[in-house]
Design a protein around this ligand. Sequence first.
Ligand code: 9MR
Ligand code: 9MR
Length: 589
Amino acid sequence: MKIIDSKYVIIFISLLMGLNSYAQEKVQDPIRLNQIGFYPNASKVAVVITDAVDSFYISTPDLKNNVFSGALGEIRSSAFSSKKTRIADFSSLTKEGTYVLVVPGIGQSYSFEIKNKAHDEVAKASIKSFYFQRVSTSLSEQYAGKWKRKAGHPDNNVLIHPSALSAKRPEGFIISSSRGWYDAGDYNKYIVNSGITMGTMLSAYEDFPTYFDEMNLDIPESKNDVPDLLDEVLWNLRWMLTMQDPDDGGVYHKCTNAKFDGMVMPDFTKLPRYAVQKGTAATLDFAAVTAQASRVYRKYEKIFPGLADSCLRASVLAWQWAVKNPNVEYNQGAINKQFDPDITTGAYGDSDFKDEFSWAGAEIYLTTKDDAYYQSVLTYGGSAITLPSWSNVRALGQYSLLRFNKTLTPLAQKDFDERKRNLFAMVEEWIKGLNQSTYQTAIGQSKKDFVWGSNGVCANQGIALMYAFQVSGDRKYFDAAIGNLDYMLGRNGTGYSFVTGSGDKTPMHPHHRPSEADGIVDPVPGFLAGGPNPGMQDKCSYPTSVADEAYLDNACSYASNEIAINWNAPLVYLVSAIEAIQSQNEKMK
Ligand code: 9MR
Ligand code: 9MR
């Protein structure tokens, strides 16, 4: 191990940095890495944007103690820009501590840690963010700290919108639809987006119960005998249950203003709220979530008497509505032509219901073990798996079927091998070129990854990789999942750690109404920004349109810098899964 006197290192670096700025266009943060940390026994990779220098070393932040030195990897060319990168791999450094990575001639990284439980705090913050999104309640200083706020949107006076009237719920009819989570930077509540969010959170619990059983999130329910994750999820479940019309089982698409609120605090806005048209996607997503919730909360029957049964009843009723109404699209344009007031908030419109039938069928099947529901999985795509998003939820059912493989009836069991094959085929697409790519991540193998909410794509890829790892035990999938987490925490084309409050360079101006309006410098913590999106639909002025760099840390930018529950949920899953598996490994040692 080489020990270099820090004084000379600093002089040397400053000298080279000066020279370097003449040599090429100056890149901000030329060393990109996970700004939080790494596990002693897992992969550790940083990316240096350079085609010049050859070596790097790891040192303590005061640069006094050089603990590792290595050579940079071969020069790689970006598929999206003229950037050249080289990989710094320091996986073999296992000694716990706080370090920086230094590239003579280039500079040094933000400091990071090597330790067990490296991402435990990020996991907790990402779940706690849901508490900050709670509707119809104040957040007290005790739980919310400096982000305490007054209650907003009581939603106990919600009008049935003319698009959703029925014989028993005629014009002027009012329902109570309190609680839930704000969807994103806006203040509306959408069943479709709650669907994938809740499915992902409940799956995280079903896959890693022990990890969550021990987690304290410091929320108002922390003292009851229920894991805090499930207390938090219940806040939104209770809202979802109010969105079903008990007379026919159909589920309203959303609970919303007619138009978006301004950039104000929740308590400031008093616009009327509406429950709008029932639809097939919303109803099936609701059926899937309530079926899964019925399984999960059954264990807490003593604390929540009747909850599991009510969920299953609601689920089956919703399913029956969808079978009778298999094709009711939420088409906001068409609805606005026919009814007033016009609704101009998020649409979450979807006209393909095969994946929703498949997911709901799978979840009800798993809760009831009634083969009739598995028939719907077979009818609507079998064991096909594609990357999930709010409009494509089939994989959620497939994941649940993999999870409970040992308890399936023979009809479903026989698809196990094909289901695994489909999963491997999907993730292999992302990892086959990984070791040649500029950031060495599964995300970014295709330009198509960089859509509105690309960080949600990244986190969902991570989840799929974790299932591939769990099913096969093959370490390469686990490493690739960590790679996508590293990406979200800094090893990416922008140099940002995209989770508010986690890391040195993080979003300060997410498109999130409370973060903008509360007068507090730091944004509310634990939220994943949408991420690079060359679509730039918000028309803000981005620094670049390069696919993996098109990101703007400005509240203007709802297409790259909004936060949303359906991106945070897969972050919760991924980071918790990685933590849970790492801590099992620790215990096994
Ligand atoms: O705040 C809204 C955000 O949640 C949505 O994702 C986005 C796209 O539907 O719209 C945002 O609201 C903007 C609206 O569309 C146009 N006027 C400005 C609003 C706030 O920036
Ligand atoms: O995540 C949604 C994205 O896939 C769509 O392209 C976009 C435009 O319709 O809307 C996104 O969802 C937004 C929703 O409509 C309103 N709340 C904020 C959501 C995140 O931006």
